[in-house]
Each structure stands twice: as structure tokens, then as C-alpha cells.
Design a protein around this ligand. Structure first.
Ligand code: SAH
Ligand code: SF4
Length: 350
């Protein structure tokens, strides 16, 4: 089996190069090529032909090829459907903000978590992504637009903490000074709340922003829309969030998709305010994107404002998240579904 060379840490690459009886400094050269986006070993012109041949025989360079691209006519947000080497598809979204260019990448092909409002969740799970496949998504976008990405959000397809080892490897590689050098403070990881992994991540003290998809103030509502809540309830989840905030000193960002008549009442806001009291936190309200077959509808603006007012009266900051690329359904799950690249039902975006 060929080795996934772009997923190797610098130290692992060195060890590997030494095993090939080559000088150690070659590892640094190769690492640089790989993380600058080389697609083939032939491009590595400062490496001897002989070593390049050995690499071709033993390793592969993962890539993510553009299968389809949608560009928003409102705000230049670009949504990509990317084809991986085994023919699986994932989605990535590139967004421009005032403070730089953000890429939203996928961490799995599909997702096991089955949230009822989510297009990815409704289309099942295929496999985990490797660290190099996460890097390849960024590289493909950088090349396609001749830009440098400054921020990353792990909010595309998949549950990052369900692919923990590969995601941590990706985080370390992408923030490596000799690699893409995107600092942890410029990266957000979004999770549906796999509690033991939140503790593990906190103890790594990585300076990441943790986004938690809460979407409900209590177990009764949350378990209806997010099956993961039957395993790790709201109390347990918020305890882990407090631990994360305390251990890392970083503010937690709570995602809350407003679904009309499901989780958007004044009572829900009051309950949420009570539960988040005293925590280093911010709430992002997102009008739910309707996904075919769910019957969910987004809350009206007045409802969102009333909700925010109740939270802010309790000292909890909340904002409505700016929705970019709304004409191309920029959130993930839908392109892959419409490409028929998964088994099962058709539908629309997250
Ligand atoms: N699995 C992770 C990250 C990917 S999902 C997680 O769940 O956090 C990224 C975000 O999109 C999550 O906050 C998720 O709850 C949200 N989301 C999924 N479907 C949505 C929809 N139909 N409308 C609005 N947000 C949605
Ligand atoms: Fe998976 Fe996140 Fe979608 Fe839930 S919301 S199904 S955890 S991708």
C-alpha cells in the first residue's frame, strides 16, 4: 500500500527519509513542496531523480479535484464539490470577510450523527478524511483563486471530533510554520458535542476556537433533533464546555439554528440564558436552512430579535450569523446529494 506522505509530521518524514538511506535535510525540502501544494514528485526539482523515483514507488500525494463550483452572485462566496482520489466527494466553501479569507472544510465523507435538520446527516456516512485530504481542500481553493487562506472553520461535512486523530494531525500540520502556517487562533472547530473528546481537546490546549452546535436549551428538544444528545445530554455537554473555556481561556461559541416553532420561543431563550450564565460564551443564531423532507422552517426576524433580547438581558451576547452565499446554499451537504454521490435520498442543503 502506498504511504500518505502529505499526512506525515516533519519528524515522521525525517525518519522515513533516513530509512530510505537519504540525507535528513531532504525531509524538510519535501515537506515544503508538499505543503506548498505540489501535485507530483516530478515538481520537486531540488530533489535527486533517484529519491523522486523511490517516492513515486512508495508514496502518493493526496488531492481534491474540482468537480463542480458555484459562485454566489451576492458576495463572491464560492462553493466547491471536490473529488477525492477514491472517487468520493466532499464540499468546501470559500468566503471573503473584511479580516481575510475563510475556508470551511469537510472532515468526513458524510456523517454518522444523524441530526434531523442537516443534509449531511440525512445522507449517511461513508468514511473519515485523512489529514492530507483536509489540507488538499485548502490547497485546491488557494490555487483556483490565487489567494492565501487566512482562517479555517471545520464546519463542512462531518463531525470533526468523530475523526479525532486525523483532525488533530491536520490542525498540527496546517499550523506548522514550515507548512501552511495558519495559526490555531485562526481556526474554529465545530462539534455536535462528543463530550469525552471535548475534554481531550481542552487538555491539548491548542488555542482553537470551539464552536458547539447546541440548537436547543434542554434534553427534550435537543434529543428530538440531535441523536447525539441521547448519549451526552445538555448538562454533561455544558459542563465539558465550561471545562474547555476554563482550561484554554478561550470563549466558546454556541451555534443555535432557529427553527420556527421548535426551539425559538421566549421560554427557550430564557432557559438557554439560565444555562449559559457565567460562561465565557457567545451565541450565534442561524436561521435554519430548510432541507427537503424535514418540514423545518426558519424563524422570522422578529422572533430572532426577541430571542436575542432575552439573552442579552441576562448578559449573554448573541448575534445573528451573517449568511454568505445564500443563493448557492453555501452550507454543506447539498451539492454532494444533488450529484447523486451518496446512496439514498435526494435533497437540498444544510
Ligand atoms: N458536525 C459539526 C460540524 C459540521 S456542521 C457540527 O455539527 O457542529 C456545521 C454547522 O451547521 C453546525 O452548527 C450544524 O448544526 C449546522 N447546520 C446543519 N444543518 C443546518 C441547517 N439545515 N441549517 C442551519 N445550520 C445547520
Ligand atoms: Fe453531522 Fe454536524 Fe450534520 Fe449533525 S449537524 S449530522 S453532527 S454534520
Amino acid at each position: 500500500m502506498l504511504l500518505d506522505i502529505k499526512s506525515m509530521y516533519p519528524a515522521e518524514l525525517e525518519e522515513y527519509i533516513l530509512r530510505l538511506s537519504e540525507p535528513k535535510f531532504r525531509a524538510a525540502q519535501i515537506f515544503k513542496w508538499l505543503h506548498e501544494g505540489a501535485d507530483s514528485f516530478d515538481e520537486m526539482t531540488n530533489i535527486s531523480k533517484q529519491l523522486r523515483q523511490k517516492l513515486v514507488e512508495n508514496c502518493y500525494i493526496s488531492n481534491a479535484a474540482i468537480e463542480k463550483k458555484l459562485i454566489s452572485s451576492y458576495d463572491d462566496t464560492k462553493k466547491y464539490l471536490l473529488r477525492l482520489s477514491d472517487g468520493e466527494y466532499v464540499e468546501s466553501v470559500l468566503m471573503s470577510y473584511r479580516h481575510g479569507i475563510t475556508s470551511c472544510i469537510s472532515t468526513q465523507v458524510g456523517c454518522k450523527m444523524g441530526c434531523t435538520f442537516c443534509a449531511t446527516g440525512r445522507s449517511g456516512f461513508s468514511r473519515d478524511l485523512t489529514a492530507s485530504e483536509m489540507i488538499s481542500q485548502l490547497q485546491t481553493e488557494e490555487k483556483d483563486n490565487d489567494i492565501r487562506i487566512s482562517n479555517i472553520v471545520l464546519m463542512g461535512m462531518g463531525e470533526p471530533l468523530d475523526n479525532f486523530d486525523n483532525v488533530v494531525r491536520f490542525l498540527r500540520l496546517v499550523s506548522d510554520e514550515k507548512g501552511m502556517n495558519i495559526g490555531m487562533r485562526h481556526i474554529s472547530l465545530s462539534t455536535c458535542g462528543i463530550v469525552p473528546r471535548i475534554y481531550e481537546l481542552a487538555d491539548m490546549k491548542l488555542q482553537l476556537t470551539l464552536s458547539v452546535s447546541l440548537h436547543a436549551p434542554n434534553d427534550e428538544i435537543r434529543s428530538r433533533t440531535m441523536p447525539v444528545n441521547r448519549r451526552y445530554g445538555v448538562d454533561e455537554l455544558l459542563k465539558a464546555c465550561r471545562y474547555y473555556a476554563k482550561t484554554t481561556g478561550r470563549r466558546i461559541s454556541f451555534e443555535y439554528a432557529m427553527i420556527s416553532g421548535v426551539n425559538d420561543s421566549d421560554e427557550c431563550a430564557a432557559e438557554l440564558a439560565k444555562r449559559l450564565r457565567g460562561m465565557l460564551a457567545h451565541v450565534n443564531l442561524i436561521p435554519v436552512n430548510s432541507v427537503t423532507g424535514t418540514g423545518y422552517k426558519k424563524s422570522r426576524n422578529e422572533r430572532m430579535n426577541a430571542f436575542i433580547n432575552i439573552l442579552s438581558r441576562s448578559g449573554i451576547t448573541a448575534t445573528v450569523r451573517r449568511t454568505l452565499g445564500s443563493d448557492i446554499n453555501a452550507s454543506c451537504g447539498q451539492l454532494r446529494r444533488s450529484a447523486g454521490a451518496e446512496n439514498g435520498a435526494k435533497g437540498e442543503g444544510k
